[in-house]
Design a protein around this ligand. Structure first.
Ligand code: K1U
Ligand code: ZN
Length: 167
């Protein structure tokens, strides 16, 4: 089992736009396995390759309570969105802070699985929020970028306090 270090805000590498995966090979399988290990170890429900300093279009998600619904999505594309929802979000690159973000309620996502097969799913509620959050990471966007300047300042102050007391 390999645990990957997670980049922490405001690391500039979180702003890098990820490139499409071209080779569906053993190296990709290792990256995906390490990303799941890292996500589960951190009690996350999602992780984007950008967060572990791999600038490729790979996300992993599992919103189940007992780690039974792992899904790796390669080169994901949102093809349809319906409605909107306001949900509380966290991020493993912003440990200990949460805020509300407006996202599409339902999305249809086309992607490739680790074997290079084309797939499509419809996602609602938390799964929809999580996939949109992770796909944002691939564009170099974090949930912080969705907040107002005032909320961004409050979040930065809270992060600073958390990190200061953790030392
Ligand atoms: O991208 C990440 O850093 C993972 C992030 C995904 C996410 C959580 C909540 C809403 C949107 C996206 C996390 O998993 S942070 C951990 C967390 O806040 C959480 C864990 C379990 C259930 C709900 C939230
Ligand atoms: Zn995140």
């Amino acid at each position: 089992m390999a645990l990957l270090p997670i980049l922490q805000f405001p690391d500039p590498r979180l702003k890098i736009k990820a490139s499409p995966v071209i080779n569906f090979d053993a190296e990709l399988d290792i990256i995906i396995k390490d990303m799941f290990d890292t996500m589960y170890e951190q009690q996350g429900i999602g992780l984007a390759a950008t967060q572990v300093n791999i600038p490729l279009q790979i996300i992993v998600v599992d919103i189940s309570t007992n780690k039974t619904e792992p899904m790796a999505m390669i080169n994901p594309k949102i093809v349809t969105t319906i409605g909107s929802q306001l949900g509380l979000e966290g991020c493993l690159s912003f440990q200990g802070v949460y805020d509300k973000v407006t996202r599409a309620e339902t999305i249809q996502v086309d992607f490739y699985n680790a074997s290079g097969e084309k797939k499509s799913i419809k996602a609602h509620d938390l799964l929809s929020i999580c996939i949109q959050h992770e796909m944002d990471h691939l564009e170099g966007i974090t949930f912080y970028d969705h907040l107002s300047p005032l909320k961004q300042k409050r979040l930065r102050d809270k992060l600073e306090k958390i990190r200061r007391t953790a030392l």
